[in-house]
Design a protein around this ligand. Structure first.
Ligand SMILES: *Cc1c(COP(=O)(O)O)cnc(C)c1O
Length: 461
């Protein structure tokens, strides 16, 4: 008999959520321009828009907040954060920021010069935005399997060393700003890289004098998958695997709103004190003084506690990923096309396969997310052609191979019964998929358009 696991916590406080009627939801989605980002949370029943900053903090984190030192400079809470990042991630230099993109901005500005190439394993929206804004050219060097939602490759986040070598050879190592290595690749569906690949990339780069900068936002979930899937790691703690990941890098940007179990915060961590000095010079202009970045003292207390809590035992990582797998396996059982294997932070519905009657330039994933919301009040988000945006040079829509709806699970927030409700709604919508029509823009922002774009349904023919 396989034995059940359960969450390593019990509930001490609850937050009531609203149940709306179908009529109310039909009105709400029109008002929101068919963009789930523009819905009011009061109109949402189960909110799977994102796992970013939506975590339930622990009683220890809440009590740590009372210890926040709000001194402008040299706050005690900052030094606690430095110690936590050092103990768990192993980096010496810490540059605190208001969230992940603040760290990406600083890193891009200090390392990228006009015309530099930045190879990376699939893009992330804000990461690539800052790389391009700094004058860099992002080159995708992820393995081909990452673009195939049916491939069962256990490490779809891996970098293809041949693609990386080709990208480096094309311009020469000195024009490569750094390799941007994302752990548990968000846009591939929360897919990990293997330790063997992380080490191979670092060795390749060291030989050529190229820096490796991790996007370690989801490195904990990546470490958990290595423990589960990679030979030789089954008896290792998630904490020690996480350390081995970061040892194979020169620094990292982290959005603490994910793995780190807080609602706001982030950091840039580095090894080289000279680079850290450059980052701190920009930090004071864009984020705040170097001992708080964009965070208050109490934010840094909650973050320092969250960083230690996420690796205190392996049970947290297991129940976090376990809940995602529970939802994913339920959908797979009913034949819903989803990205496989199930990733670390959400279930990604393959909208292209679910709605083959809607061409990609009529935004099938955007339409599917809206339809699921109308059915049940469950809010997911588009990760497809709308999120990919336009090529800055040609102005054409980028056409990602993956056209997905992401159902992202917040950490420690929902129960298995909520997951059952979500699965039933997706199944219902899938059974009535022929009624869903494509969309067209009524407003298209210039950058990061998915956040604020509005749409209307195309007339049915
Ligand atoms: C969320 C996220 C970011 C951006 O961080 P923010 O805190 O939202 O600014 C960067 N990379 C990855 C992989 C993320 O998931």
């Amino acid at each position: 008999m396989t034995r059940s696991w359960a969450e390593p916590w019990k509930i001490k406080m609850v937050e009531p959520i609203t149940v709306t009627t179908r009529d109310e939801r039909e009105r709400a989605i029109v008002d929101a321009g068919y963009n789930t980002f523009l819905l009011k949370s009061d109109d949402v029943y189960i909110d799977l828009l994102t796992d970013s900053g939506t975590t339930a903090m622990s009683d220890r984190q809440w009590s740590a907040m009372m210890l926040g030192d709000e001194s402008y400079a040299g706050a005690r809470s900052f030094y606690k954060l430095v110690a936590a990042v050092h103990d768990v991630y192993g980096y010496e230099e810490l540059i605190p920021t208001h969230q992940g993109r603040g760290a990406e901005h600083l890193l891009s500005q200090i390392l990228i010069e006009q015309g530099d190439v930045v190879p990376g394993n699939m893009y992330f929206t804000t990461t690539r935005y800052h790389q391009e804004r700094a004058g860099g050219r992002f080159v995708d060097v992820i393995i081909d399997e990452a673009h195939d939602p049916t491939s069962m490759h256990p490490f779809k986040g891996n970098i293809d060393i041949d693609k990386l070598a080709a990208a480096v050879d094309e311009v020469g190592a000195e024009r490569v700003a750094y390799v941007s290595f994302e752990t548990n690749v968000n846009l591939a569906g929360g897919q990990p890289a293997s330790m063997a690949n992380i080490k191979a990339v670092y060795a390749f780069c060291r030989e050529r004098g190229i820096l490796v900068m991790l996007d370690a936002t989801r490195a904990l979930e990546n470490a958990y998958f290595i423990q589960q899937r990679e030979g030789g790691y089954e008896d290792r703690s998630v904490a020690s695997i996480l350390r081995e990941i970061t040892e194979n890098s020169d620094g990292a940007t982290v959005s603490s709103k994910k793995d780190n179990l807080v609602n706001i915060g982030g950091f840039l961590a580095l090894r080289d004190p000279e680079l850290a000095r450059k980052a701190r010079a920009l930090l004071v202009a864009f984020e705040g003084l170097h001992t708080y970045g964009g965070m208050s003292g109490r934010d840094m207390e909650a973050l320092a506690t969250g960083i230690r809590e996420m690796v205190a035992t392996d049970d947290h990582a297991r129940s976090r990923v376990g809940q995602v797998e529970y939802l994913g396996n339920k959908l797979i059982k009913y034949g819903i096309p989803v990205v496989k294997p199930i990733g670390g932070h959400g279930v990604f519905l393959d909208a292209a396969a679910m709605l083959p009657h809607i061409p990609q330039d009529q935004f099938p994933a955007q339409a599917l997310a809206a339809a699921i919301y109308v059915d049940s009040g469950v809010r997911g988000m588009e990760r497809g052609i709308v999120s990919a945006g336009r090529d800055p040079e040609t102005g054409e829509n980028r056409r990602p191979k993956l056209e997905l709806v992401r159902l992202t699970i917040p950490r420690r927030v929902y129960t298995q019964s909520h997951m059952d409700v979500v699965a039933e709604s997706v199944i219902e919508v899938y059974e009535q998929r022929d009624a869903i029509t494509g969309l067209r823009f009524t407003y298209e922002p210039e950058s990061l358009r998915f956040f604020q774009a509005t749409f209307e349904p195309l007339p049915t023919t």
